[in-house]
Write a protein that binds this ligand. Structure first.
Ligand code: SF4
Length: 346
């Protein structure tokens, strides 16, 4: 993984760069390594240091984050970088307690940075570590109730020597050997003390409390294209779901069962409703987004760069300045529907 320091470099005394450790840990929250890899490479190429990131334009960072989800992370990323530069001279603090005072750094991330970047003996417990602990000690209490017990067990095992390497090793053990469906116990370094392996219960652990079904919401998005190709975009308000991201003007998203919300289209034009809906699943609900599109609207008025759109504002963005990849996934799905409808229009 590009944010890791390999064994040969570690032996030569190379230490992980706290900026890269922090960036990777924030990106990896709720996201897989495979999804993060390209984003991490792009971010570190664009902004090689925390000072570079702190000086970046908000709209540029939000655009580069587009598609990674959980956009509050991107807003906090910028806030955190600016606090590190303004209040810590561009150097990350090196203790868990001090890291916890920074925006967007919670208990897990603070422990991970303290352990990995600064070799502090902090206990780092992600989903992989929870699975390994549940199996190692054959803990049958379902998650999330089992979390305190799993964390306590993990803490007992955390060594004073090389705690950073240890933290990464246990997470890697869970990701590659003690996998959810078929743990490779035969090659596991903990096969002798592992209770679940001896009991034959490894594949059933950790137990989980069944999840409630997600509710469904619906709403409307309007996609307008002018005769000069400019597209009407809005930047969502800075806080809340998808806060600060680019998207299409539209309605609120309300629970299905309540009347479908309606708002007048944002500009005059020959609006038509697309037959398919854009479907997307967020953490707490499924969304069905009805998409209306209008095209060849006479090109009157100014255009604005997408990065210059302020939160809560909309404006026509020149086609050359618009990249679908700057949109969060749900808005990109709506655009894909509109684009194929507009391109196939008679
Ligand atoms: S022995 Fe098997 S179940 Fe136990 S920790 Fe290793 S891989 Fe997981």
């Amino acid at each position: 993984m590009p944010w890791r320091v390999g064994p040969a470099d570690r032996a030569r005394g190379v230490r992980p760069d706290p900026y890269r450790v922090w960036l990777s840990e924030v990106m990896l929250q709720q996201t897989t390594v495979a999804a993060v890899r390209d984003y991490f490479a792009r971010f570190t190429a664009l902004w090689p240091t925390v000072a570079d990131l702190a000086a970046a334009e908000d709209g540029h960072v939000m655009a580069e984050w587009a598609g990674l989800g959980y956009y509050a992370r991107a807003r906090n990323l910028l806030k955190c970088a600016r606090v590190v530069v303004a209040e810590h001279g561009g150097t990350f603090p090196d203790t868990r307690a001090a890291l916890l005072t920074l925006p967007g750094i919670g208990p897990y991330t603070a422990s991970a940075i303290a352990a990995i970047a600064f070799d502090r003996p902090e206990t780092v417990v992600d989903g992989n570590v929870e699975r390994v602990m549940a199996r190692l000690y054959d803990i049958h209490t379902p998650l999330p109730a089992a979390k305190p017990e799993l964390t306590a067990r993990a803490a007992e095992l955390t060594p004073q020597a090389r705690p950073g390497d240890y933290a990464q090793a246990v997470m890697d053990l869970g990701a590659t050997i003690c996998t959810p469906r078929s743990p490779a116990c035969g090659i596991c370094p903990w096969r002798t003390p592992c209770v679940a392996r001896a009991e034959g219960s490894a594949q059933d652990l950790p137990k989980k409390t069944p999840k409630k079904q997600k509710p469904v919401r619906h709403g409307v998005a309007f996609i307008a294209r002018r005769s000069d190709g400019a597209l009407l975009l809005e930047r969502r308000p800075a806080s809340g779901l998808l806060g600060g991201t680019l998207g299409w003007p539209g309605t609120a998203w309300v629970p299905v069962g309540e009347p479908k919300p309606w708002a007048a289209p944002p500009v005059e034009g020959a609006w038509r409703r697309l037959p398919a809906e854009a479907l997307h699943t967020f953490t707490h609900f499924h969304l069905r987004l009805t998409v209306f599109c209008a095209e060849a609207i006479p090109a009157e008025g100014e255009t604005i760069r997408s990065a210059a759109l302020a939160p809560g504002k909309s404006g026509f963005v020149p086609r050359a300045d618009f990249r679908p990849s700057d949109l969060p996934t749900v808005m990109r799905k709506a655009f894909d529907l509109a684009r194929s409808a507009m391109d196939n229009a008679p």
